[in-house]
Design a binder for this molecule. Sequence first.
Ligand code: FAD
Ligand code: SF4
Length: 505
Amino acid sequence: MTLWLLGTHLDRTADYLDDHDRVLLIESTAFARRRPYHPHKLTLVFAAMRRFRDDLRDRGFTVDYRQAETFGEALDAHFDAYPGDDLTMPRPAAYGAEDRLRGLVEDHGGHLSFVPNPTFLLTPEEFDEWADSRNTNDSDTYRLEGFYRHMRRDTGVLMDGDDPAGGEWNYDEQNRETPPDDWEPPEPPRFEPDEITREVSSWVDAEFETFVDSGEAAPFRWPVTREQSLDALAAFVDARFAEFGPYQDAMVEGEWTMTHSLLSASINLGLLLPMEVIERAERVYEVGNAPINSVEGFVRQVLGWREFMRHVYRRSMPEMADANQLGQTADLPPAYWTGETDMTCLSEAVGHVREHGYAHHIERLMVLSNFALVYGADPGELNEWFHQGFVDAFHWVTTPNVVGMGSFATDVLSSKPYASSGSYINRMSDYCASCPYAVSRDTGEGACPFNSLYWTFLREHEERLRGTGRMGLMYSHVDDKDAAEWEALEARAEQVREMARQGTL
Ligand code: FAD
Ligand code: SF4
């Protein structure tokens, strides 16, 4: 019996490793050719798989490591060596993957069954039990907050008996400070590539079309082993965690990480487990080394959002991938692909993606998605862009975040869009200070592009949005504008769109 592990199943602590005769790992070049991924993403996944293979062998496991064009070719070779073998795999998270992989294995002469995936806290059955106890049509109950409280109670994380530690369930309002002018975040850890990583990186450069040429990206620095990922976790809780809470939503020019943990790729690959990072955060709180708004803010992301997204995606597919309730169809502006724009906010965020395959949550949501949303970009194309550009991107996580949360292409995750004008970015960052556009102006040459796009977006989608939760205040401002203001806003929005299309914004 063989345990077949994908590149997202690299948990060296899993019990099921001991229940099998050998481990099968397949590097498929066709998989990596499906889309032009960021070179750091391909290097990370393949280097992590090779290091995982070596680690397993060092620990006495038999590993059948196959490098092939397709999974099918590798399975043929595997079944030639082990005819009629039974394979087991942790449940993959991508929609339809279980059926596809089971069919593929059967076509090549074997049998595939699934075990729970340790990179998630809840099994599908456990989440469905919670969700089915809710009315999924009722926006108050089938939402993150209800799920998150359920998870806190169920796991006992950050609980003081029956009450939330610190007295509140959610310290979101204490996650919105901006740092003083002279503040600099501690340097995040850098993991120097070893020989295997360097070899993979050169192979990726030679073999694949990528999101950016590796010369345009920063030097590779991501953790590729469990030890390095544990070091990354330690570096986060020791140096950046205390300020993570207050500055969680802030953006500073030239700072690509702020105080974010940079752990998503390690968790998504199985190098770190969600509960161990949560427990580590909790211990830091217990010894008084981080305030409650940092600890709760972090726990909410991993215990709440990450699990919620994974299961809402599972339950909403396949419709979610093609959802487009606002009927948005514009092509993404070329600036997303080239990084060339005078808008400081967009230039910073796209630059971070191009250099590192990473941008932190607020840049993802309130710059990259927000601009695409008010501009009218096709949610499917935006999802594809995120999938190509980020080191931590996988279908199960980009689709709900980009299509659901960022594009409001479905209302399954939120009752209102995350749309804002430049004033939000001005409040949460220092970007506007150096930007050639004027955040204080909505219309005319030189006005912040976000502003006219935002107001015309609200007007265009009024029928869908006016009645939805918490949009009342925004529509009272819409109602205050007279015909002349609308004419100027429409003219500026059209000019901005044309400049964006031409790549001159
Ligand atoms: P931190 O800010 O330090 O957060 C801690 C951890 O919480 C993350 O490592 C991650 O595991 C988890 N987390 C936080 N928010 C979410 C969320 N909304 N969904 C799932 N997990 C979450 N996350 C990905 O892992 N891959 C993606 O491709 C991805 N694409 C996104 C696209 C958009 C438009 C948005 C709005 C969010 C996206 N996210 C994605 C979620 C989140 O932005 C990233 O997990 C986070 O920015 C990763 O950086 P970090 O590890 O420094 O996170
Ligand atoms: Fe972005 Fe507008 Fe601020 Fe410039 S002025 S950084 S375009 S929000």
